[in-house]
Design a protein around this ligand. Structure first.
Ligand code: DP6
Length: 350
């Protein structure tokens, strides 16, 4: 007798924050202490890919990440699965066949085509992709960003394309802490992102643990969340809407610098940027000084890799500078690779 297996395969994009999320007010629901904003990248070079399958023949939920079986005992993954099934059940009451499927166990197989846990937003792409694939498998529609948020905070922004805001929200149950699109992927078609991979090693302190220590110990983080980010979010949204690159770039760089200052203000301090990262910062400011305005913006997440936002016209020149200052050297473990990406929507490949 053959046992039916239903499966869906989807891909999910990386997002790069220009106003950073760092710190939670609720660890379980993953509710942030400030709003954040990011650009969603296209999926040519960086993407997560997930296949989810459900069958009456599976005896338990199982998951593989980049070919290695992972434990599903993780409370975040459990919350995601529970919430998807709850929404599917709510939607399908009355439909016998579908209800049957809700009792089936799932097998999840996920892979990234870029370094996992190296500060390249791998968890955001992976979790957004997982939630997206599960929503397709169980026919859950409507906003799923709050489910992705419960997998990994920044993942909620990868659910939408273009520029995306994660609203902090006020409700205790997290119902208003959702992602919304600020500008679509077609709004600023000249925008490019160049990622300079300084190191593909796993980061020394993960984001979850790092931000917990910052919340406990950094007075600068509290000041940032209460006094700086609300105004900065408004200014950033305005800069994006007006396509004012200079303001966008200045705000992006200042926010990255403040996030890394918070990391240093954390006790014991966390340092994600390396000498090479700082050299990239100096190069960007030298290029901007040459143009007498900001034509290039850097931003660094919880790792040493630089994400540069720039407009298409400046790509050849900036690549020239990068090749000059950071020539590829195979004897040196530290190398730099440039990837061009356009913000775009999550793509569903069935
Ligand atoms: C520095 O979303 O990875 O990239 O919610 O604990 O899973 P958890 O953290 P995560 O943190 C990302 C932090 C950041 C900034 C950002 O993307 O906004």
């Amino acid at each position: 007798m053959s046992v039916k297996i239903i499966s869906k395969t989807c891909t999910g994009p990386v997002n790069i924050a220009v106003i950073k999320y760092w710190g939670k007010r609720d660890e379980k629901l993953i509710l942030p202490i400030n709003a954040s904003l990011s650009g969603t990248l296209d999926q040519q070079q960086l993407r997560a890919k997930t296949t989810v399958a459900a069958s009456a023949g599976f005896t338990k939920d199982r998951m593989w990440l980049n070919g290695q079986e992972q434990s599903l005992d993780n409370p975040r993954l459990q919350n995601v699965l529970k919430e998807i099934r709850r929404r599917a059940r709510k939607r399908k009451s009355g439909c016998e066949d579908d209800l049957d499927m809700l009792t089936w166990r799932v097998h999840i197989c996920s892979e990234n085509n870029f370094p996992t846990a190296a500060g390249l937003a791998s968890s955001a792409a992976g979790l957004a992709c997982l939630v997206f694939s599960l929503s397709k498998l169980f026919n859950v529609d409507g906003d799923i960003s709050d489910i992705a948020r419960q997998g990994s905070g920044s993942a909620c922004r990868s659910v939408y394309g273009g520029f995306v805001e994660w609203e902090m929200g006020k409700e205790k149950d997290g119902s208003d802490s959702v992602a919304r699109q600020v500008a679509s992927e077609n709004h600023w078609p000249e925008m490019r992102v160049l990622i300079l991979v300084v190191s593909a090693d796993k980061k020394h302190v993960g984001s979850t643990a790092g931000m917990q220590t910052s919340v406990k110990t950094s007075p600068l983080l509290k000041h940032r969340a209460e006094k700086i980010v609300p105004e900065r979010m408004q200014a950033m949204i305005e800069a994006i809407q007006k396509k004012d690159f200079e303001s966008f770039a200045d705000l992006t760089m200042k926010d990255s610098n403040q996030f890394h200052s918070v990391c240093l203000d954390t006790y014991p301090p966390i340092s994600y940027m390396t000498d090479i990262s700082h050299k990239i910062v100096r190069m960007v400011h030298a290029i901007n000084a040459h143009f007498k305005k900001s034509v290039l913006a850097y931003t660094f997440d919880a790792g040493p890799n630089a994400c540069l936002y720039l407009l298409e016209d400046h790509v050849p020149l900036v690549l020239g500078f990068i090749n000059h200052f950071f020539p590829y050297d195979v004897n040196n473990e530290q190398y730099i690779r440039g990837l061009l990406s356009e913000p775009q929507k999550p793509e569903q490949k069935l």
